[in-house]
Each structure stands twice: as structure tokens, then as C-alpha cells.
Design a protein around this ligand. Structure first.
Ligand code: IMP
Length: 193
């Protein structure tokens, strides 16, 4: 079975194809000739994920899924949340985004946070959602050089290192996106393999 993942991120495509096995073939947006940006105007991760999967489903009538992720910081009332990519501005600068979180938090002792991913799957015309999250804390200084986004300031609970100090495999095993992907894959294998 073929499924379109509504992303242009080659790393995400590679990650899911490695996990999903060869009963399913995952195509990216470039593979179906879609090169525009999909609108993301929802107020929640759930709305945005659905908006993206529905957009591709309506246009191409294919089985497809989309993901949306946010960093939710308790002491900032869940910010940056759905606005994680553009927290410090439209240029989606990771360093500026991290500075914004660190500045807003100041020396607050409540540094609890989580990454949360929602995947919206539309298969045979019906929608299903899957969620994955990882709890952790916001470090006081950026630590580590790997990863992307907010990785240098996020340390998952029970681990000594930030996400940016882990290799990709270590991170994927415990990450929000990895956990949501595993739920999606189990569902697909149970129902459509
Ligand atoms: P997206 O929905 O996957 O595009 O994620 C939205 C934003 O959340 C990204 O632009 C990053 O700033 C942040 N983000 C998502 N996943 C991660 C991650 O695994 N580590 C760090 N930041 C992330």
C-alpha cells in the first residue's frame, strides 16, 4: 500500500520508511509533484495536522498523513506550542526561538516542558489521530550540537543529556515523533497490512 506523508522533510521520510517496513511505501510531497506550502492556520496541533492531511487528501484523493509538533512549556502556559516554528518570527530561526523561551522563563524554577506530536491519518476517506509526547525540562543554557529546533535546551526526564547531545537513534527511541510514528505504524499494520 502507498501512503503520502505530507512533508518535504527528507529526514522525516527516511525515519518513517525505516520503521514501517516494506508492506507500505511512503511517498513525500515532492514525489507527487506538490511543491507549495500547505496552509497551517489552526490554533492547536490537532487542527494543523488535520488541515495538512485534509488538504492533500482533497487535492489528490490519496491515503495520506501529516504531523504537527510543538514544545509546551508549563510556566509559559503551554507556549510556544502550536507556534513553535515561528515563535520569534517568520524566519523560523531556531536560535532566536530558543532565546525567546530562555528569556521568557528567566530564572523560573518551574522548567517542566514536553514535546508533543500529533499525526493525522486519512485512509480510505476516514481520519484517525495519533499522539506521542516526551516529558522533560528546559535547561538554563543551550547544550549540545546535534539535532535541530529546540533540542539544545530540552532534557528528557530520566536522561542526563539534552536532545542535542543524543544521536538520532537514541533520540528517536524516546521522542514525541518516534512515539507517535510507532502508534501510526501499529495501527496500519493491524488494520491494513
Ligand atoms: P513540525 O511540526 O515538525 O514542523 O515542528 C514545528 C517546530 O517544532 C519545529 O520548527 C521546531 O522548532 C520544533 N520541533 C519539532 N520537533 C522537534 C524536535 O524533535 N526537536 C526540537 N524541536 C522540534
Amino acid at each position: 500500500m502507498e501512503l503520502v506523508f505530507a512533508t518535504n522533510n527528507p529526514n522525516k521520510l527516511e525515519e518513517i520508511q525505516a520503521l514501517i517496513g516494506n508492506q507500505f511505501k511512503v511517498l513525500g510531497l515532492a514525489d507527487i509533484g506538490f511543491i507549495e506550502e500547505i496552509p497551517e492556520t489552526g490554533d492547536t496541533l490537532e487542527e494543523n495536522a488535520l488541515q495538512k492531511s485534509e488538504y492533500i487528501f482533497k487535492k489528490y484523493k490519496v491515503n495520506c498523513f501529516a504531523d504537527d509538533t510543538g514544545l509546551e512549556v508549563d510556566a509559559l502556559n503551554g507556549e510556544p506550542g502550536v507556534y513553535s516554528a515561528r515563535y520569534a518570527g517568520e524566519d523560523k530561526n531556531a536560535d532566536a526561538n530558543m532565546n525567546m523561551v530562555l528569556n521568557k522563563l528567566g530564572d523560573s524554577s518551574n522548567r517542566k516542558a514536553r514535546f508533543r506530536t500529533v499525526i493525522s491519518l486519512i485512509i480510505k476517506g476516514k481520519e484517525f489521530q495519533f499522539e506521542g509526547s516526551v516529558d522533560g525540562e528546559i535547561l538554563r543554557v543551550k547544550t549540545g550540537g546535534d539535532g535541530f529546533g529546540y533540542d539544545p535546551i530540552f532534557k528528557p526526564t530520566g536522561f542526563a543529556n539534552s536532545f542535542a547531545e543524543m544521536n538520532l537513534q537514541e533520540k528517536n527511541e524516546i521522542s514525541h515523533r518516534g512515539r507517535a510514528m510507532v502508534k501510526l505504524i501499529e495501527f496500519l499494520k493491524d488494520n491494513y497490512a
